[in-house]
Design a protein around this ligand. Structure first.
Ligand SMILES: [Fe+2]
Ligand SMILES: [Fe+2]
Length: 147
């Protein structure tokens, strides 16, 4: 499997999670519930992001730098993290809900950039054999998680 196919499959899981959070968050009445949902999103984004950085962004670094994509991606990561951190720290329920919603909106835009720009560039600039090798690394890293 190519790394781009593996990561796209992970994206589908995230799109389902984004839909769920958008449905569930308006009904939540406590900070603890909103924080739990934000914490779940944060943990999953972190695991996915690390994998993506190592297996796609780094091999493409030079090309992405020239296109200004590295900067854009890093700025989006920071913005999503900051919104989620505010869900963790605010004592205002409405603000926490707005920040969680904002993090989901930003995450959707960010995932869209990866799907429309980054993954197609990976397919264009990396050799098919490299994409397969990176896919095999992805499987190995996933196996480590499973123990
Ligand atoms: Fe990302
Ligand atoms: Fe991604």
């Amino acid at each position: 499997m190519k790394i781009t196919e593996a990561l796209l499959a992970e994206h589908v899981v995230f799109h389902n999670l984004f839909d769920y959070i958008e449905r569930a968050a308006p009904r939540l009445r406590t900070l603890a519930e909103l924080r739990a949902l934000a914490g779940l999103l944060e943990a999953l984004l972190e695991a996915h992001g690390k994998m993506e950085d190592t297996l796609v962004m780094e091999p493409l670094e030079q090309h992405l730098d020239q296109l200004g994509q590295n900067e854009a991606v890093a700025a989006e990561h920071a913005e999503i993290d900051s919104q989620l951190a505010q869900v963790r720290t605010t004592r205002d329920l409405k603000k926490a809900r707005a920040m969680l919603h904002g993090a989901v909106v930003l995450s959707r835009q960010h995932f869209d950039r990866e799907e429309r720009v980054i993954f197609p560039l990976a397919e264009k600039w990396l050799k098919s054999k490299t994409l397969q090798t990176l896919g095999t690394e992805w499987i190995a890293k996933r196996k480590q998680v499973l123990g």
